[in-house]
Every structure is written in structure tokens, then in C-alpha cells.
Design a protein around this ligand. Structure first.
Ligand SMILES: Nc1ncnc2c1ncn2[C@@H]1O[C@H](COP(=O)(O)OP(=O)(O)O)[C@@H](O)[C@H]1O
Ligand SMILES: [Mg+2]
Length: 322
């Protein structure tokens, strides 16, 4: 039996979603092979909750002391969306201890979590991405002259964020200051990005048994202005259609680009690539290296459409990183 630490929680607006992802993995994991321990990571408090009691993690070697039993982990299943699980910080800690984990490594996580830096690299590989301006809080002059460089409508988003927290769609110059304030409240860096009108498509990719597998493409049809926090997490506020109702050549192209990006960015585990598709062109928005794994999340729908069970996904992700 292998001991698996499922880490969840984290220190962002995605804390609650991450806990749900972690619990779903704990529920679905193959108990015949794996003994799961759901570990909550929150600030400096890392703990395993069992029978209503919290057991702190021993950070010296990422182990647990449970009533006379010292538990070490063979592998970590990473279910932390946002910091510190999706930006490489936790990966660095695990690398230092030599514990394998199911997601991308330090450099890939750090790069891809930074939307602006990631877009720069992706566009060097010849893939389109919306024009954008990357601003740091200290750059007051650039911020003041922003309207000269960006066309409207645009999106203003925290550069290192997720779940659409702190993000707004701006249609007039007067809305820019408030949008910047909202985004800078979440992050020291902000991305101001050209709005692309089109259909939103997303593709899940993983490596398993020596092969890069692309999952059926999903179309996101939000009932809100865009796929904002409410649309993401309120039942009925968005349709997530898998397989996407688009012509085969469109979904094939989406899978082809996603597979090549997965490889070029050296992703590990399951990653989900988001695009806007318009005029037969794909505009890369971002890649999620720890995508949602709750019952209602997109990846589980893709997995079902692919003909796998959730349990099989978890098993494949663990086997692949060992
Ligand atoms: N440049 C853009 N053009 C059109 N829609 C966008 C653009 N950027 C973001 N969106 C919309 O906002 C949503 C969230 O943006 P995204 O960059 O993926 O941030 P997050 O990391 O919060 O998911 C997308 O799913 C999409 O609906
Ligand atoms: Mg997104």
C-alpha cells in the first residue's frame, strides 16, 4: 500500500475550491492501492484532520505523527489551486525533500502561473495570444499613460491569479482606474489585455504510460459577461459543453496546439489550456497546471467524455510521477 498525501487549500481565493478538489480525490482514489491522507495547507499551518482532531505536519520531512505511528509519504497528489501549489513554491519544498508529486515542476509552475511571462514564451512558439500590457504597482507613470497603449474593450486582471478573482472587463476609459484598483488589490502585478470576441474553448492534457493524451475539448458558454467567479462556481451560470459543439477540424486544432504547448512548456500531470477561438484562430489565454477537480469541474467532465473514470485519472496521475 502506498501512502498518498493529497494536499489542498492554499493561500488564495481558490482555497475553498481546492479543498473540494482534494476531498473529491480522497473520495475517488483507489483504496486497493493507495492510502490517502488529505492534508490542508494554509499559511504556515499544515495539518491532517482525522476524527475531529488536527495533526500538524512535521515539516522537517513532510511526515505525520499519528498516535504512535510515524507516516511518511510515497507521493504527493497536488490539489492546491493558486499559491503555493500552482506557482512552484510547494514543488520547491518537495523537491528539496525528494518527494514526487503529480503536477508540473518548479520552473514550469512558476512560469505558467505568471500570465504575462507565460504569454511571452507561448507567443515565441508561434501561438497567438491577445495583446497585453504587464504592469507593476511601482510603475505609476506607465499606469497613468495606459490609455495610450491599449484598445478597448479590455480585460484587467491580476497577473498571478485564478478563478477570475479581481478581474474586470472594461469598455470605457472611465472604468480603468477602478478596474486597476480591484486587480492591484489582489496582486502586485496586473495584466491589461485586449478583449477577443469569440468562443471560449479549453483542452485538458496529461502524460500517461509514456504518451501525451489530449482530452475532448470543452466549450464554455457563460451566462455572465465573461467566465467570472460567479459563472465558474454557481450552478446554471455557465454551460460547459464536452465535447465542444464545434467542427472536428476546430477541436483537432485545439488538441494539437495544447499537446504541443504541454510538451514545449514541459508540463506534468493534468493541465488545462484556455483559449478564445475566432476566425479560425486560437488565442491562448492561460494554462492551469492544477485545474479544478471537484465533482462539478471541467476536467472530470472531459475525463468522462474520454471514457475514463475519475478513479482511473487519479491512478494514472500518481503512477506517472513515480
Ligand atoms: N483577452 C480576453 N478576451 C476574451 N475573454 C477573456 C480574455 N481574458 C479573459 N477572458 C475571460 O475571462 C475568464 C478568466 O480569465 P483567465 O485569464 O482565464 O483568468 P483566471 O486565471 O482567473 O481563470 C476567461 O475564462 C474568459 O471568459
Ligand atoms: Mg482561466
Amino acid at each position: 500500500m502506498m501512502n498518498v498525501a493529497i494536499v489542498a487549500g492554499g493561500d488564495s481565493g481558490e482555497y475553498a475550491i481546492s479543498m473540494l478538489s482534494g476531498k473529491q480525490v480522497e473520495r475517488e482514489i483507489d483504496r486497493g492501492r493507495f492510502q490517502p491522507y488529505l492534508i490542508e495547507i494554509k499559511g504556515s499551518s499544515w495539518s491532517y484532520n482525522y476524527d475531529g482532531k488536527d495533526y500538524p505536519v512535521d515539516k522537517n520531512d513532510f511526515s505525520l505523527h499519528l498516535a504512535g505511528n510515524h507516516v511518511h509519504f510515497d507521493v504527493v497528489f497536488n490539489a492546491i489551486h493558486g499559491t503555493p501549489g500552482e506557482n512552484g513554491k510547494f514543488q520547491g519544498y518537495l523537491d528539496m525533500l525528494g518527494i514526487p508529486y503529480t503536477s508540473s515542476d518548479v520552473i514550469t509552475s512558476a512560469l505558467t502561473f505568471n500570465k504575462a511571462f507565460c504569454k511571452n514564451v507561448v507567443s515565441r512558439y508561434g501561438i497567438l495570444t491577445p495583446h497585453s500590457v504587464h504592469l507593476f504597482k511601482r510603475q505609476q507613470e506607465r499606469i497613468a499613460t495606459l490609455t495610450d497603449t491599449i484598445s478597448l474593450p479590455c480585460f484587467v486582471k491580476p497577473n498571478n491569479g485564478g478563478s477570475s478573482v479581481g478581474m474586470s472587463k472594461v469598455t470605457s476609459v472611465e472604468q480603468i482606474p477602478a478596474a486597476l484598483e480591484l486587480a492591484f488589490h489582489e496582486d502586485e502585478e496586473v495584466l491589461v489585455e485586449e478583449f477577443i470576441r469569440g468562443r471560449e474553448l479549453t483542452c485538458g492534457v496529461l502524460r500517461s504510460k509514456g504518451e501525451v493524451v489530449t482530452l475532448p475539448v470543452c466549450e464554455i458558454v457563460s451566462k455572465k459577461e465573461f467566465f467570472d467567479y460567479e459563472a465558474k462556481y454557481t450552478k446554471g451560470m455557465a454551460d460547459e459543453l464536452v465535447p465542444a459543439p464545434v467542427p472536428d477540424h476546430v477541436s483537432d486544432e485545439c488538441r494539437r496546439i495544447s499537446k504541443s504547448l504541454y510538451d514545449l512548456l514541459n508540463c506534468k500531470g493534468i493541465a488545462r489550456f484556455d483559449y478564445i477561438h475566432t476566425n479560425d484562430k486560437f488565442y491562448f489565454l492561460e494554462v492551469n497546471t492544477v485545474p479544478g477537480l471537484t465533482e462539478a469541474s471541467i476536467v472530470p467532465k472531459m475525463i468522462t467524455a474520454h471514457g475514463w473514470t475519475y478513479t482511473e485519472l487519479v491512478t494514472r496521475l500518481i503512477d506517472e510521477c513515480l
